[in-house]
Structure formats: C-alpha cells, structure tokens
Design a binder for this molecule. Structure first.
Ligand code: GRF
Length: 206
C-alpha cells in the first residue's frame, strides 16, 4: 500500500444540493469547501422554489443553479425527472437535501439511493416532519438537536449517520431553539460530508 497524494488524488466528489428557502446549510457546505478541507465541489444547486433566497445567493457566488417549481408539472414523477436530469447532466455523485421541504419520491430517490443525505432539526426518530423545533417544545423535551441521515422513502426516517444534542432552555421559543440548533446544523452537515467525500488515505500499489 502506498499513500495517495498529489497527482494520485481522486477527483473531488460532485455534490448536488437541493434547497427550498434560506439556504444557510448550503452556505455552510460552500464555506467548508472554500476552507479547503472538504474534497468536494458543488456541481449544482436546485430549488423547488424560484423565490428561494438561497438560490439567489448561490447564483451570485457563480454556482450553477436551477429553479424547478413543482407547480410546472402535473405529476410528481415528472417534476422529479426534471430534477434528476439536472443532477445527471452535472454528473452529481451525492445529493444533499439542505432545507428541501418536500418528501422525496421514488423517481428522485432510485438513482441516488444511499447517496442522498438530509439534515433535520431534531434528534430523530423524534419529531420528524415540519416544525420539529416547535414539536420538541410542545412535547416538553429537555434536549433536542439535529440529525443527518440517509434519505429513504419515509419522512425523515432513513438510517441516521450523525446527531448532535442541544439543550432546550426553560424560556426557549421556537425561534430561539431553532437558532441554536441551526448553528449546530452548520457544523454537523459539513462534518458528515467531509467524511463521505474524503479520498481514501491509501491506494493499492501498482
Ligand atoms: C434547517 O433547519 C434544516 O434542518 C431543515 O430546514 C432548515 C433549512 O434551513 N431541514 P436553511 O435553508 O438551510 O437555512
């Protein structure tokens, strides 16, 4: 076995990022790549919401972006086929759902099975779905957090890759808890992606 470095370095992993709104997790990935310690590139950013703030930001950064609105397609499968075509045309290897607010159907899932991850603002399997932070407050848990998991056909139900806990404070509101969890999300998602995208340290000698 010989160390892999220099000219032997495999190409960067091409990420496709799906968003619906603000895009702060996408920005965290972008900054981690800029800092040079993630062996990846953002091949494309796709939003199902043409008004997405994150999409404007990505465009301004010179990233390849597309708005693909669900309302332009009669069927979910046609909508997801349009997304897949963009992912495939940019040779995406891993798909990251970074605030993509739709349940992924089999058209989009099949080509990226086990190569699609999602970030969710709770300690799954607790509080899947929308408003996870409000659900946590309503339930009265004293600890919540965030999870990165593989995507399957269920709502936030695929195998968990990593989690980090955040204390729920007595005077927390949905906003304050979301804010503290989000700061942790911005660290956890890039940490997982760094591992996923890291090239092997050793390659077989020739
Ligand atoms: C995050 O809290 C993420 O966990 C959830 O949606 C939110 C997206 O935020 N899935 P942003 O668009 O990344 O700022």
């Amino acid at each position: 076995m010989t160390p892999t470095h220099g000219a032997d370095m495999p190409p960067k992993t091409k990420l496709g990022i799906l968003i619906s709104g603000r895009g702060s997790n996408m920005k965290a990935i972008y900054h981690a790549i800029q800092e040079g310690d993630m062996h990846a590139s953002i091949a494309v950013v796709i939003s199902d919401n043409p008004q997405s703030e994150g999409l404007d930001w990505a465009k301004n950064e010179g990233l390849q972006t597309y708005a693909i609105g669900r309302e332009s397609y009669a069927k979910k499968s046609a909508f997801e086929t349009a997304i897949c075509e963009k992912l495939q045309s940019h040779q995406v290897q891993w798909v990251v759902l970074a605030g993509y607010m739709r349940l992924v159907g089999k058209t989009l899932l099949s080509p990226y099975h086990n190569r699609m991850v999602n970030i969710h603002p709770s300690l799954l399997p607790a509080f899947p779905g929308l408003h996870a932070q409000a659900q946590a407050l309503r339930y009265g848990v004293k600890v919540s957090g965030c999870s990165v998991h593989f995507v399957d056909a269920s709502m936030d139900g695929g195998p968990i890759i990593a989690q980090e806990a955040v204390h729920v404070l007595p005077d927390d509101t949905e906003e304050s808890l979301s804010h503290r969890i989000l700061a942790v999300e911005h660290r956890l998602l890039p940490t997982v992606l760094k591992v996923i995208c890291s090239p092997p340290v050793f390659s077989p000698s020739s």
